[in-house]
Design a protein around this ligand. Structure first.
Ligand SMILES: Cc1cc2nc3c(=O)[nH]c(=O)nc-3n(C[C@H](O)[C@H](O)[C@H](O)COP(=O)(O)OP(=O)(O)OC[C@H]3O[C@@H](n4cnc5c(N)ncnc54)[C@H](O)[C@@H]3O)c2cc1C
Length: 458
């Protein structure tokens, strides 16, 4: 009957065709069971989004790098036939503190004491992180104390100089994408622990989370996964309700599409998962958790030049600034052997994404050009093109890079983050116990949720 709502059957219904959902679906398919992926938007990939504004120039509006210990991502890229290339790092970083712009070496000389203090704090975080377990951080001996204070307040109490404190704020916001007063100290330690690296993760180099990129763009990964799944991925299908019994689910989408299955994997960031209506309603603690895990705020701006002129001047295109609007930047060019234009990626994170990110584009871009020129000289003031990627306005993401609970979130509600509720299993990078917040975490969570769903199939 024309106009009648469509109805589908599957063993496992997956909500969301981001990396986590697609990996989960493929795992179900590989186990000989039938998955069905329902994706709200008109494309797959979620927080992975590659654009090609000029032929052969791939800009990652979303996820861009993997690190040396992102083994599952490296294996996935290899399996899908996608090459990797190293992040360009040679040269000096430019620093802007206390009203002065200094090149790396000069900054390190002038601020040796401040940097030593920052290092002392990072080592302290390392020691504290060793007492936190990845799977149950709320059981850490000092969990109660650390989840009641914010990272910002703890940093304030460490006796840092203004420059040291400022540097630590910038680098931490570079990971969390929210001001440090919005995340508890325990929450920061959870980030350190799930990434399996020391607190160097917060240092200027991001401690190995950003060492390699994908030739031809990260977007190929979800696209190729979706191609393997074929018609099992349905776009433009925002899930509105999930009715669940002991071993059955009925999922309905805006527009009337209905799917019945035995298990459902919800592969959405917690806030978005909390916007679905569940019948029967989920336990209060799960809902309270999703009320307390806001999406962070990050905004990328790519400045494109005829060539990477900064390299000849001995810069690596990285800036660290307490003025902004970008607090950090880096070299975002195509692989060296393919040449191509010069591309600097400027990051607006946390408050900068919220404030300058809302400015009219012309005003923001003028401020960015002026800032890049302060660091990399007058040529930086005249990019041929600026391309920006804002995420707050995207209905099915509503912020990035990921989500962290606020103070007391871990100790009161952390247990509800990934614990299945009958046939409902939770994926998405936020639920991962390895590299949570990153693509690696999305894969990890997708595999875990698929295994949980498969184990519960008759
Ligand atoms: C700007 C930016 C930069 C980043 N940089 C990096 C990086 O360099 N390295 C790295 O490892 N990670 C990075 N990340 C993080 C990385 O992108 C994420 O960790 C990962 O892609 C998350 O995948 P996911 O499947 O868990 O969630 P998502 O990608 O958010 O997927 C969820 C999917 O669900 C869909 N959806 C939402 N609501 C519904 C609904 N009601 N019904 C149906 N579908 C729905 C969404 O459209 C989306 O496709 C970055 C992210 C951003 C945005």
């Amino acid at each position: 009957m024309p106009g009648a709502p469509s109805s589908y059957e599957a063993d496992v219904i997956i909500v969301g065709a981001g990396l986590s959902g697609l990996v989960a679906a493929r795992e179900v398919m590989r186990a000989g069971r039938e998955p069905l992926v329902l994706e709200a938007s008109d494309r797959v990939g979620g927080r992975i989004l590659t654009e090609e504004p000029l032929p052969g120039v791939f800009l990652e509006l979303g996820a861009q790098w993997i690190g040396d210990t992102h083994h599952q991502m490296a294996a996935l890229a290899n399996e899908l036939g996608i090459g990797l290339y190293p992040q360009f790092e040679e040269g000096e970083t430019s620093y802007e503190f206390g009203g002065r712009v200094l090149r790396g070496e000069a900054f390190h000389r002038a601020h040796a004491q401040d940097l030593a203090e920052v290092d002392r704090v990072l080592r302290q975080l390392d020691a504290m992180a060793q007492t936190v377990t990845v799977t149950e951080p709320w059981l850490a001996p000092k969990a109660d104390e650390w989840d009641r204070i914010t990272v910002g307040h703890w940093y304030d109490a460490q006796g840092l100089s203004p420059t040291g404190r400022s540097l630590l704020e910038i680098c931490t916001v570079g990971i969390l994408a929210v001001p440090t007063v919005e995340v508890s100290l325990l929450g920061l330690l959870v980030n350190v622990v799930t990434c399996g690296v020391t607190a160097d993760l917060l240092s200027e180099s991001e401690g190995g989370a950003q060492t390699q990129r994908f030739v031809g763009g990260t977007g190929q990964i979800p696209q190729r996964l979706a191609a393997e799944l074929g018609e099992r991925v349905m776009l433009n299908s925002p899930v509105l309700t999930i009715d669940h019994g002991a071993d059955s689910v009925t999922v309905t989408c805006r527009g009337g599409l209905m799917a019945r299955g035995r298990q459902v994997v919800v592969a959405l960031a917690p806030t978005l998962a909390g916007r679905i209506m569940y019948d029967p309603p989920l336990p209060g603690t799960r809902d309270q958790l999703t009320q307390r895990m806001p999406q962070a705020s990050a905004h990328k701006a790519f400045a494109i030049y005829d060539e990477p002129f900064w390299r000849a001047d001995g810069f690596n295109a990285q800036l660290i600034s307490e003025i902004g609007p970008a607090r950090m930047s880096n070299d975002s060019c195509m692989p060296e052997d393919t040449g191509g234009p010069g591309i600097i990626l400027a990051f607006l994170e946390g408050e900068n994404a919220r404030v300058e990110g809302r400015w009219p584009a012309e005003q923001r871009q003028e401020a960015l050009r002026a800032e890049l020129a302060r660091h990399f000289g007058p040529r930086a003031a005249a990019p041929e093109l600026i391309v920006e990627g804002a995420w707050v306005d995207r209905e099915w993401t509503r912020g990035c890079y990921n989500a962290n609970p606020g103070p007391c979130g871990w100790i009161h509600f952390g247990h509800a983050l990934a614990t299945p509720i009958g046939p409902i299993k939770w994926a998405a990078t936020e639920t991962a116990t390895r590299w949570s917040g990153y693509m690696e975490g999305a894969v990890d969570a997708g595999l875990r949720a698929a295994a949980e769903a498969l184990a519960d199939l008759p």
